[in-house]
Design a protein around this ligand. Structure first.
Ligand code: ATP
Length: 627
């Protein structure tokens, strides 16, 4: 008995077998389309039926995958439209909580709405508009929720830059890197990338990571192998060249790029690179970043079909050096130079963003190393997210206004006109509709994923069953036949009958009577086959039950092992059941053969018989192929 498609189908039983052999047999000779297995004789049409069923399952998987690709495409389009409406350069503002050491005043200089900030300075008030404002109490998680869509767009093939900008000590590193208890955007982004990659059924992803810093106008590789743990000792080695090819693609010569196969590895590399970043003490921040730190994740997306194109995109996560008033930070000597270099490159970045926003023909990328590096990730088709950080303190109000002016410049709408209220409402409505489409697509994607998993599971099990019954048994058939052929050669008179009977019972009508099996041996055969059928059935249910919790390949090996174990014991019985018919003088030989055949399946076998060695070798290979 054999089970497939969740139904029980009788493929063979001893009685059917006899009937088949009689009906299919033409004038007593061998039936034309009959498959011999160790558990009996399976008519060809039943084998075909199983093959047909397997190919139907394959087709079903392909159709589901196609549907999944269509749904994925819809989701991508909707997301891309949202990002287009929202603008390819978005600016958020995050207000740092008050430090305990900072004096609390009766009137706070900063007041925040959901997308506006008002700053009071003396008797004047200044208003600034943003895509989103995060008040002081905003958690790292809430910030990440707003950043996440842009990460998805990086997975969809866009180049993306996420910047943390702001006065020194306002929380840029806190937002990007965070703490162990409150991880920042980079840690969460790494988790999210791997999560999304595992969810996407229509593409496969690979990621690699590079880390560098722009320090005083030079580019340093933070992941380069180092002999010394002191960062400055490798300075000259790490002054990398930036090349731009004719298509505008940026190449950083000699920059280390590490493959990251999982999130833990990615975090390990990130923490390693972070340790080599240049920081020093200033009046404003104990561990002030003295450089721009850039983390680049290269995303390689491969479609699941040969027609689907492969794409590479870059996700840059940049913790910019603090914009600062040099007098206030008390900077001197090298720290003063570092501050100047940071300010210059920040100003170059603001110029580039403003030119891009206003769609100017000339974008001044060449004015700083920072903008040269990011050239191919800031222009057309790229998405930029700038998180501007400000301090709530009255003492910092001048720097706050500087930062907000920077943000205003980056966010400047084309031709500098505000969007009319009516258009804004329409855009918001459209965004809501598209967000609904994305949710719906994600629901469908999940359901398709589940369906694919189920069908693949069935497919694996049926393929496994098929190969167990046909391929495996063919090899056993080979084994016995080749041995019997050898015996034929050696002892022409005695062994052929026993061997042939044991493997080709169906020919009993066509051989002389003295060669056919006895009634007792047939009963033994029937009993053993029924036992096998029963075992296969129970095995099937065990395999199905146990495999549910595993992935496809796991279920395969799990069920396969059990099938093999059962077949191992059952084949031993059925294959050699008829050796009882063999005269006593032959038995030692058969037993010898039996022990040689059964033991090697789990242990290393050596045999002096070269034929046996070859067949055992093939047999083991087939067994291992099944695992
Ligand atoms: N949202 C926040 N919640 C809690 N603590 C914060 C927050 N933002 C910043 N801090 C704390 O403020 C201090 C300064 O923050 P951080 O080092 O991130 O500033 P920064 O802008 O990166 O400064 P620099 O430009 O000098 O490197 C840190 O101790 C940080 O933990």
């Amino acid at each position: 008995m054999l089970v497939f498609n969740g139904e029980e189908k009788i493929l063979l039983s001893s009685e059917n077998e006899t009937e088949v052999s009689k009906s299919d047999s033409i004038d007593g000779s061998l039936p034309v389309s009959t498959v011999y297995t160790d558990v009996g004789v399976v008519p060809e049409h039943q084998k075909n039926e199983l093959e047909h069923f397997i190919s139907n399952l394959q087709r079903e998987v392909e159709e589901l995958r196609l549907k999944q690709r269509i749904v994925d495409e819809k989701r991508r389009e909707a997301l891309s439209k949202i990002l287009d409406i929202k603008g390819s350069i978005r600016v958020f503002c995050r207000i740092r909580p008050n430090h305990l050491t900072e004096k609390r005043r009766n009137s706070e200089p900063i007041s925040a709405g959901s997308d506006r900030i008002r700053v009071k300075l003396g008797g004047t008030r200044k208003d600034f508009e943003f895509d989103k404002v995060f008040p002081q109490e905003t958690s790292q998680e809430s910030v990440f929720v707003e950043v996440e869509p842009i990460l998805r767009s990086a997975m969809d093939g866009h180049n993306v830059c996420v910047f943390a900008y702001g006065q020194t000590g306002t929380g840029k590193t806190f937002t990007m890197d965070g703490t162990n208890e409150q991880p920042g955007i980079i840690h969460r982004a790494l988790e999210e990338l791997f999560r999304q990659a595992s969810m996407d059924g229509s593409s496969s992803f690979t990621f690699s990571m590079s880390m560098l810093e722009v320090y005083m106008g030079s580019v340093r590789d933070l992941l380069a192998p180092r002999q010394s743990s002191r960062p400055h000792e490798n300075m000259t080695k790490c002054n990398l060249n930036i090349q731009t090819d004719s298509k505008g693609l940026v190449e950083i010569e000699g920059l280390s790029e590490v493959q990251i196969s999982d999130c833990a590895k990615a975090k390990w590399w990130y923490n390693k690179g972070r340790r080599f970043r240049s920081t020093s003490w200033t009046n404003v921040n104990e561990a002030s970043s003295r450089s721009h730190c850039l983390t680049r994740i290269s995303i390689f997306r491969r479609g699941d079909t040969s027609e689907a194109k492969s794409e590479t995109s870059k996700l840059w996560m940049v913790d910019l050096g603090g914009s600062e008033r040099l007098l206030k930070t008390g900077a001197k000597g090298i720290t003063l130079d570092e501050g100047r270099a940071i300010n210059l490159s920040l100003s170059a970045l603001a110029d580039v963003l403003a030119a891009l926003k206003r769609k100017r023909c000339h974008v001044p990328y060449r004015n700083s190393k920072l903008t040269q590096l990011l050239r191919d990730s800031l222009g057309d088709g790229s998405k930029v997210l700038m998180l501007v950080h400000i301090s709530p303190s009255e003492e910092d109000v001048c720097e706050t206004i500087c930062s907000l002016n920077f943000a205003k410049r980056a966010r400047a709408i084309e031709s500098n006109r505000e969007v009319p209220m009516e258009l804004k409402k329409q855009q918001e409505k459209k965004i809501m509709e598209l967000e609904e489409d994305i949710k719906e697509a994600e629901k469908q994607r999940q359901s398709l994923r589940d369906q694919i998993q189920n069908v693949e599971l069935k497919l694996c099990e049926n393929r496994n069953l098929f190969s167990t019954i046909y391929s495996l048994q063919e090899s056993d058939y080979e084994l016995v036949t080749s041995t019997s052929q050898k015996d034929d050669f050696k002892e022409v008179t005695e062994t052929p009958k026993a061997s042939k009977k044991s493997t080709q019972r169906i020919v009993s009508n066509s051989v002389p009577r003295f060669m056919s099996s006895t009634v007792a041996s047939r009963h033994r055969q029937i009993a053993s086959e029924q036992e096998i059928g029963g075992r296969l059935k129970s095995l099937r249910s065990v395999a199905t039950r146990s495999s549910i919790q595993f992935s496809c390949s796991q279920s395969l090996s799990c069920s396969d092992l059990r099938i093999k174990t059962i077949l191992r014991s059952s084949t031993g019985k059925s294959r050699y059941a008829e050796t009882n018919n063999v005269p006593n003088t032959e038995r030692p030989k058969c037993n010898e053969l039996e022990s040689k055949v059964i033991t090697p399946r789990s242990t290393t076998v050596t045999s002096s018989d070269s034929n046996l060695r070859v067949t055992l070798y093939h047999h083991r290979r087939r067994m291992s192929n099944l695992i």
